[in-house]
Ligand binder design. Structure first.
Ligand code: RP5
Length: 170
């Protein structure tokens, strides 16, 4: 388990350690926004009882949102969503099947009544940003950090050398 300082507010879980290279991007983004999180590898198929224990204990530990990533027969985000009413954001992990189309369809095609907010294939950064935006609804300081992130992102593009001739007159 990876952990940032302070009680984790976002629980990140993925189906295998082989997913860590994608899911670490969510850890990194949340770290940048100063949102404590934890990262676990727990397969919904290979260790369902452990997954249920993780989900059942998470809210009591301070988790407010889950980010769940899986590849192939990617049932993990849906199974997490089935066991909690906290928001669940699904990250389809890239695979050898059309770049991860199998993962995407497995995660996005949830039955009505059990939602999973699904981001793009490999879109762990956006999963982290969406989680932060949800938390920011009741956290003004985090709202400010998100605004600062957006502004820095915009300035990075405006300041790019390729756009030098488009800059406004001083
Ligand atoms: C899924 O199967 C995992 O989420 C991973 O993306 C994929 C392959 O897992 P490993 O065989 O690498 O453990 O459950």
């Amino acid at each position: 388990m990876a952990e940032r300082t302070g009680a984790a507010r976002v629980g990140i879980v993925c189906g295998s350690r082989s997913d860590f290279s994608v899911m670490e991007k969510a850890v990194e983004m949340l770290g940048r926004l100063e949102v404590p999180c934890e990262l676990h590898a727990i397969s919904a198929h290979r260790a369902p009882d452990l997954l249920f224990r993780f989900v059942a204990g998470a809210e009591g530990r301070g988790i407010r949102i889950f980010i769940a990533g899986a590849g192939g027969a990617a049932h993990l985000p849906g199974v997490v969503a089935a066991k909690t009413i906290l928001p669940v954001i699904g990250v389809p992990i890239p695979t050898g099947v059309s770049g991860g189309l199998d993962s995407l369809l497995s995660i996005v095609q949830m039955p009505k009544g059990i939602p999973v907010a699904t981001v793009a294939i490999g879109g762990a950064e956006n999963a982290a940003l969406l989680a932060a935006e949800i938390l920011a609804l009741s956290d003004p300081a985090l709202r400010d950090r998100l605004r600062a992130f957006r502004e820095a992102q915009t300035h990075g593009i405006e300041d790019d050398e390729s756009n030098a001739n488009l800059r406004a007159e001083p």
